[in-house]
Design a protein around this ligand. Structure first.
Ligand code: C2E
Ligand code: MG
Ligand code: MG
Ligand code: MG
Length: 275
C-alpha cells in the first residue's frame, strides 16, 4: 500500500512538473508574440510630497495585458524575461511609451525601472538618450531607477553611465534601498538623486512585526542627510506609516495610500497630457 501510494505521489509530482514546464514554454512563446504586438503597457503610480500629498512625479510600472490570463504584473513573468533575455526588449517597449507620454507635455518626472543586467549593456545610456531625443521628450523629466547591485558589479562603468545620463539631465534614484549590501563607502561617489526606502521597512515601521525597521529607516535618513539627497518611502499603505515616515524625516512617498498604479496619469498630469 505504502509503495503504491509513493508511486502515485511520484506520478502526481511528474505530472505537475510537466505541466509547469509546458506553462513556462507557453508563456515564453506568448512573451515573444506580445513583444511584436501591443501587449505591454505602462502603468503610472504617483510619487508625492508627504507634507501635502502633492504629486511630484510618477513611476512607470510594466503591465502585460495577456489575451487569456488577463493583466499580469512583473512577478508573473519578469523572471522568465530575464532568463530568456527578453526583458531588455520589453523595457525598451515600455521606455518608448513613456517617452511618448513625456513628449505630450505635462509636469513632474516619470521614473523607469532598469534591470541590473540591462544597465550593464554597454550602449544603454546612448540608446536611452537617442530615444529621448527622437521622441522629442524633455530628458529632465525622465529618471531611472536602479538597484545597488547594478552599481557595484562594475563601478567605473556605472559611474560613467550615470555621469553621462546626468550630464543630459536624466537623474537616477536607487530602488529598494536597504535590501542590498549597501556598500556605504561607495555611495557618495555616485551621482544619485535619491534613495527609495524599500517597502519592507515601511511595512515594518508600524506594529510589532519588525521593530528593527525603525532603526534601518533612521540609518537611511542619516545617510541621505550626509549625502545631501532625499528619500522616498515605498509601499505606504496607511496613515500610521505616513506619520512614522514623516517623523523619521522622510519627505516623499509612494504607495496605495496615495494612488495605485493606473493606466493614465493621475491629476494634475492627466489634464496636461490630454490637452
Ligand atoms: P519596484 O520598482 O520596487 O516597484 C514598486 C512595486 O511596489 C510595484 O510592484 C508597485 O505596484 C508596488 N506597490 C506600490 N505601492 C504599494 C503599496 O502600497 N503596497 C504594496 N504592497 N505594493 C505597492 P509591481 O508593479 O508589481 O513591480 C514589481 C517590480 O518589478 C518593481 O519593483 C520593479 O523592480 C520591477 N519592474 C516593474 N516595471 C518594470 C519595468 O518596466 N522594467 C523592469 N526591468 N522592471 C520592472
Ligand atoms: Mg522601481
Ligand atoms: Mg522600488
Ligand atoms: Mg520594490
Amino acid at each position: 500500500r505504502a509503495k503504491s501510494a509513493g508511486r502515485d505521489r511520484c506520478a502526481v509530482f511528474d505530472e505537475a512538473m510537466r505541466e509547469q514546464a509546458v506553462r513556462i514554454l507557453d508563456l515564453e512563446a506568448d512573451l515573444r508574440r506580445a513583444i511584436n504586438g501591443d501587449g505591454f503597457v505602462a502603468f503610472y503610480q504617483p510619487i508625492v510630497r508627504l507634507s501635502d500629498r502633492s504629486v511630484i512625479g510618477h513611476e512607470a510600472l510594466l503591465r502585460w495585458r495577456h489575451e487569456r490570463r488577463g493583466l499580469l504584473v512583473p512577478s508573473d513573468f519578469i523572471g522568465l524575461g530575464e532568463d530568456s533575455g527578453l526583458i531588455e526588449e520589453v523595457d525598451w517597449l515600455l521606455y518608448a511609451q513613456v517617452m511618448k507620454q513625456l513628449a505630450l507635455g505635462g509636469e513632474g518626472y516619470v521614473s523607469v525601472n532598469v534591470s541590473p543586467r540591462h544597465f550593464r549593456a554597454a550602449d544603454f545610456a546612448d540608446r536611452l538618450l537617442r530615444m529621448i531625443d527622437e521622441a522629442g521628450a524633455d530628458p529632465h523629466r525622465l529618471r531611472i531607477e536602479i538597484t545597488e547591485g547594478a552599481l557595484l558589479d562594475d563601478v567605473p562603468r556605472a559611474l560613467r553611465m550615470l555621469r553621462t545620463l546626468r550630464g543630459h539631465g536624466v537623474l537616477a534614484q536607487l530602488d529598494d534601498f536597504g535590501t542590498g549590501f549597501s556598500a556605504l563607502s561607495y555611495l557618495h561617489r555616485f551621482p544619485i538623486e535619491c534613495l527609495k526606502i524599500d517597502q519592507s521597512f515601511v511595512a515594518g515601521l508600524v506594529g510589532e512585526t519588525r521593530p528593527e525597521s525603525v532603526a534601518v529607516v533612521r540609518a537611511i535618513q542619516a545617510l541621505a542627510g550626509t549625502l545631501g539627497i532625499h528619500t522616498i518611502g515605498e509601499g505606504v499603505e496607511n496613515d500610521a506609516q505616513l506619520a512614522a515616515l514623516r517623523e523619521l524625516g522622510c519627505a516623499y512617498g509612494q504607495g496605495y495610500l496615495f494612488g495605485h498604479p493606473a493606466e493614465a496619469y493621475s491629476t494634475p498630469l492627466r489634464q496636461a497630457v490630454s490637452r
